[in-house]
Design a binder for this molecule. Sequence first.
Ligand code: UDP
Length: 329
Amino acid sequence: MAILVLGGAGYIGSHTVYELIAAGRDVVVADNLLTGFKAAVHPKARFYQLDIRERGALDTLFQAEKIEGVIHFAASSQVGESMSNPLKYYDNNLYGTMVLLQAMVAHGVDKIVFSSTAATYGEPERVPILETDKTVPTNCYGQTKLAMEHMMSWVSKAHGLKYVALRYFNACGAHPSGAIGEAHNPETHLIPLILQVPGGKREKISIFGDDYATHDGTCIRDYIHVSDLAQAHILALDYLLKGGDNNVFNLGNGVGFTVKEVIDVARKVTGHSIPAEICPRRAGDPAQLVASSEKARTVLGWKPQYDDLETIVATAWAWHKDHPNGYEG
Ligand code: UDP
């Protein structure tokens, strides 16, 4: 039996595929390659280029492969874009998941682990955030992810599907082997954008707002290494395969860093002065997102290996130095 990874050519998906293969699992990857990269797909995974909104393509895959569980990363994930183009998020994230679940129900595949997000919480009532805290998204991306969670829950009641939603905080870093890393086109995420400055691709980094209610006025986020996220997906799938019930877990380190602090860490790691400029706030950004991941540690036995931002940024820098154009040359 194989594990199907949807969006397995993307950043977190490709790292999860590498960890699954390292653990000896049989892996099928499906990706439409609109934002993912074929070069990021592990050579030992069987690859299908398809879009989850194409029911016929999903049917063909489910008929050809014996799938015991699905890990679903295939979604749009940029906060800023979700505010300017919300319908793209409803189409890719919600409609795409709806078609996927229809196909899973039709083919009797009943276990799914999927990417949710800290953005489901919106402006948190307190930090660290617990899974039981209020979910009031401040951006369309978070809203579609929360709606995906709700969709899973109703489908579970009706059809017996079992799901785990993993609410990631800020994924970052690269595979320690240097084989794969973070590449988006266009890039919108803080750490890869910062590293474009010492990489010679950008003159300075923009800081989106310095008037937030935080100790230096810039937004606080909880940065978690992508390989640690990857391990959590495997633990979550095994939890379901062993009969675990529907569940939601935060995945973060439990420590928050401001945008200015992240830039300082990158200055230290790269030895570059990295000029920064204060810019207006980005729409939809909560001031502070920091996870409590106690539940994932207790229930799944998750133990993040990278708890130090300097080491995390160093793995990202190792990848970006060797791949200044990502997977494209
Ligand atoms: N950010 C920034 N400059 C940039 C990109 C991001 O100041 O060029 C900030 C952004 O406003 C947020 C934090 O960095 O507070 C992390 O943003 P990112 O897009 O990496 O992840 P998100 O928190 O949106 O998932």
